[in-house]
Design a protein around this ligand. Structure first.
Ligand code: SF4
Ligand code: SF4
Ligand code: SF4
Length: 297
């Protein structure tokens, strides 16, 4: 209950998200191991709405739904329905010591490279399709653990399980924001999502707790923004804020304090502060905000 109420009730988003993710992963796993009629039916439905399998099956309605939902909510596919994302979260949470994350710059070239490799493999069919998309890899991992055999398939499944687990342990959702083709495609759309993680700079005390909680490493405290193309909408950053400064909302706060703007060098700049008079200089810097008020004479 306290988690729900934290940060003006923003913690509720996280509780709902984890519940949806756990239920989805449970039913999909039940379908893979054929656990029972009711559970299997729900799990099979969840498998049919996975993004890449829907694209392979040319299910335009499913693709349209995910594009629409991503445009509204961001990458909720990655935080609720993808079973491989759930496995990464489970692995990250099973760490004995809590991991703190840091902002990392986007590796767009790497994402584009892996998307290109994925497209080539999808068209050429050199590798079975289930091995190049997240839902298929999850199915192979579960099947390999449930029915282990001395075979190449089981060895590949166990290797994939180890790679996913160790990466999630060490770097959170690194795979989601570099390797996964679904993540790259959804990230392009999520850049323009209506709902987003917003930091109110008037309230932010720069404690960096949100950045340290972000397993996608996408909260940049210099610009006070979350990179929505990499944000997996997990809401881990919301309940940790001590000053109700971060929210999942349609609002857009921009930096209101000029000193927090990025700095850029200019050839001729008037530098003023409280301890000296204004003087022209050619080697210092000026605030990049063109709307910043002129200093009082
Ligand atoms: S980026 Fe890929 S692996 Fe990660 S949660 Fe999204 S679909 Fe799943
Ligand atoms: S900014 Fe980071 S912690 Fe916050 S919802 Fe997005 S991925 Fe999760
Ligand atoms: S947790 Fe809140 S106060 Fe701390 S840096 Fe993030 S937004 Fe600012």
């Amino acid at each position: 209950m306290s988690l729900i109420l934290r940060n003006r009730g923003q913690g509720l988003w996280m509780v709902l998200r984890i519940t949806a993710e756990a239920a989805s992963a449970f039913f999909i796993t039940a379908a893979i191991i054929d656990a029972g009629v009711g559970m299997t039916r729900i799990g099979r439905y969840l498998q049919t709405i996975q993004l890449i399998p829907a694209a392979f099956a040319l299910s335009l309605s499913t693709i349209a739904v995910w594009i629409g939902l991503t445009l509204i909510f961001g990458r909720i596919y990655c935080s609720t329905v993808c079973p491989l994302g759930a496995l990464m979260d489970l692995a990250a949470r099973s760490r004995p010591q809590k991991r703190t994350y840091r902002y990392s710059r986007p590796a767009e070239w790497l994402r584009t490279l892996f998307l290109g490799i994925f497209l080539i493999m999808a068209v050429s069919a050199v590798i079975p399709r289930q091995w190049i998309e997240p839902a298929g890899i999850y199915s192979e991992i579960i099947a390999g653990i449930r029915w282990p055999r001395i075979s190449l398939g089981t060895a590949a499944a166990l290797t994939a399980a180890a790679a996913v687990t160790i990466t999630a342990w060490r770097r959170g959702r690194l795979i989601c924001n570099t390797v996964c083709p679904a993540g790259t495609i959804l990230g392009i759309i999520a850049r323009h999502s209506a709902m987003r993680i917003d930091i109110n700079t008037d309230r932010c005390i720069q404690c960096r707790r949100c950045e340290q909680a972000c397993k996608a490493g996408c909260i940049d405290m210099l610009s006070h923004t979350a990179d929505m193309s990499r944000c997996v909408v997990c809401f881990n950053c919301l309940p940790v804020c001590p000053n109700e400064a971060i929210a999942y909302t349609t609002r857009r706060h921009t930096l209101s304090i000029p000193m927090m703007q990025s700095l850029k060098p200019t050839p001729q700049t008037q530098i003023c502060d409280n301890t000296s008079t204004c003087s022209p200089t050619s080697s210092k810097t000026e605030l990049s905000n063109p709307t910043a008020p002129e200093p009082e004479p």
